[in-house]
Design a protein around this ligand. Structure first.
Ligand code: TRP
Length: 459
């Protein structure tokens, strides 16, 4: 449940619908699903098994298994943790604000917000910084107290409620006019103009959404007892995560295609509304076309906040457990130092949505050149750059190194013992998994990376 809590988060509810929208739907969704199946699932097993075998933090795991040189992969994971938290906490903060806003609507009635309202909100420095701060404080408090009890308990109750509410929303949108169009947009692939960069984005997102490529699942695997089975756990996490992501898309696109004024807002250039899809589209449904929407609205954003919290906890835990383990710090020191560093980065992201001009317009590789286009996707502003670099580069590269480690460096005996304990001869399932980890996953990741660097178009 804690692993599902880590996987299910803003990646599913906020990021996936938004990047699917900007990447033209169907073809992107199909490539994403292929990445989950071919790379994501085998990697999930691989990470959990490293963690359970090593019983150690990411930074220490490889050394503990006898491969000190690979320790660099662990530190790369710690770096990714900083980069992801540095922008994730800002978006997570928005869920707190949306909760507050929905409470207001529920109490004093709904008014369709001004199309510029979202842009004004994200460029308000005080609001953005204090929301980011609050969210990080919450995360740090839980990580400081130790992960296992708190998270597992809350994930057990809250994740099922989130699933039920999403199912209910999905049911409600089937009655909307835009439902058919949404299904078509999502599930009818059109590969015209499909570029390697979109494939990298789909691949990177499959890592992001499953919390892979930086050792979050290694860390959680290290807390898993020998009695539990890795395979069923991985299957559950991957399936739940995928269902929730697809449901979020069906819901949001049905709303977007049903209400012209929402479509206008989401399509609006520069107002940041595409980025804010999760926060802009749903209130319209809650307060105009949904039974009990006044109750569901605020509740929904509380659950979004919890989903985000169980993810930020896993991110911070990767950093803190590594510092405790490798630098011999105590948990308090490690939590305080890493949270302060993350908050520093968080401030830069929080101010990069309009509040500060140079942070918002930052383009580290310059503009109008192929490097900027291929490496940073022509993104501008600290938040978008951190998001892009982590999902499109740090996680795929981390993931590539992890599959190579499990497939080629770690002896077969070790992975066999973790996945199928007590078996003498490897079952067909083990052989299939090993084939994916040794060949299919690394070749797919490598191929996509090479295609992006050489500027390929797959259409
Ligand atoms: N998977 C989470 C989401 O979809 C985000 C997340 C949590 C994450 N821990 C991670 C992403 C580790 C990458 C690596 O929102």
């Amino acid at each position: 449940m804690a692993a599902s809590g880590s996987a299910i988060g803003l990646g599913n509810l906020w990021k996936f619908p938004y990047i699917t929208y900007t990447n033209n739907g169907g073809s992107f969704v199909l490539v994403y699903l292929a990445c989950i199946l071919i790379v994501g699932f085998p990697m999930m097993c691989a990470e959990i098994l490293i963690g359970r075998r090593a019983q150690s933090s990411v930074a220490g795991a490889f050394g503990k298994l006898g491969y000190r040189g690979w320790g660099i992969v662990g530190w790369l994971g710690v770096l990714s943790g900083f980069v992801i938290l540095g922008f994730y906490a800002v978006i997570a903060g928005w869920s707190l604000y949306s909760f507050y806003q929905c409470m207001n609507y529920s109490i004093s009635g709904y008014e369709t917000p001004d199309p510029k309202a979202f842009g004004a909100f994200v460029s308000n420095p005080t609001q953005q910084i204090s929301l980011t701060f609050s969210f990080l404080l919450l995360t740090a408090l839980i990580v400081y107290r130790g992960v296992s009890k708190g998270i597992e308990a809350s994930a057990k109750i809250l994740m099922p409620i989130l699933l039920v509410i999403l199912a209910w929303l999905a049911f409600t949108v089937t009655g909307l006019e835009g439902f058919g169009k949404a299904m078509e947009f999502l599930f009818k692939p059109d590969f015209a103009g499909f570029k390697a960069e979109a494939a990298l984005e789909a691949l990177g997102h499959s890592f992001f959404t499953l919390s892979l490529g930086m050792g979050a699942m290694i860390t959680y695997g290290s807390y898993m007892s020998k009695k539990e089975k890795i395979l069923p756990v991985s299957v559950t996490v991957v399936i739940l995560d995928t269902i929730i992501a697809l449901m979020a898309c069906v819901i949001m696109f049905s709303i977007i295609f049903s209400f012209p004024e929402i479509q206008e807002k989401v399509g609006a250039e520069g107002g940041g509304s595409t980025v804010g899809m999760l926060f802009v589209t749903l209130p319209e449904l809650f307060y105009t076309s949904m039974p009990y929407g006044r109750v569901v609205g605020p509740l929904f954003y509380v659950l979004v906040a919890f989903a985000a919290l169980s993810s930020t906890i896993s991110l911070l835990e990767v950093i803190v457990s590594s510092f405790v383990d490798k630098l011999n710090w105590n948990r308090r020191l490690a939590t305080v130092v890493s949270s302060v560093l993350v908050f520093g980065l968080g401030i830069c992201s929080a101010l990069s949505l309009g509040a500060n001009k140079s942070l918002s317009e930052l383009k580290p590789l310059g503009s109008d050149n192929v490097f900027s286009e291929r490496i940073t996707g022509d993104k501008e502003g600290v938040l978008s750059i951190l998001d892009h670099i982590s999902a499109n580069w740090l996680l795929p590269v981390g993931g590539l190194l992890i599959t190579l480690f499990v497939g080629w460096a770690l002896p077969k005996k070790a992975s066999m013992e973790e996945l199928f304990p007590g078996r003498e001869t490897p079952p067909a399932l083990y052989k299939a998994w090993l084939f994916f980890v040794r060949f299919v996953a690394p070749i797919s990741i490598g191929w996509i990376i090479v295609a992006v660097i050489s500027g390929k178009s797959f259409s």
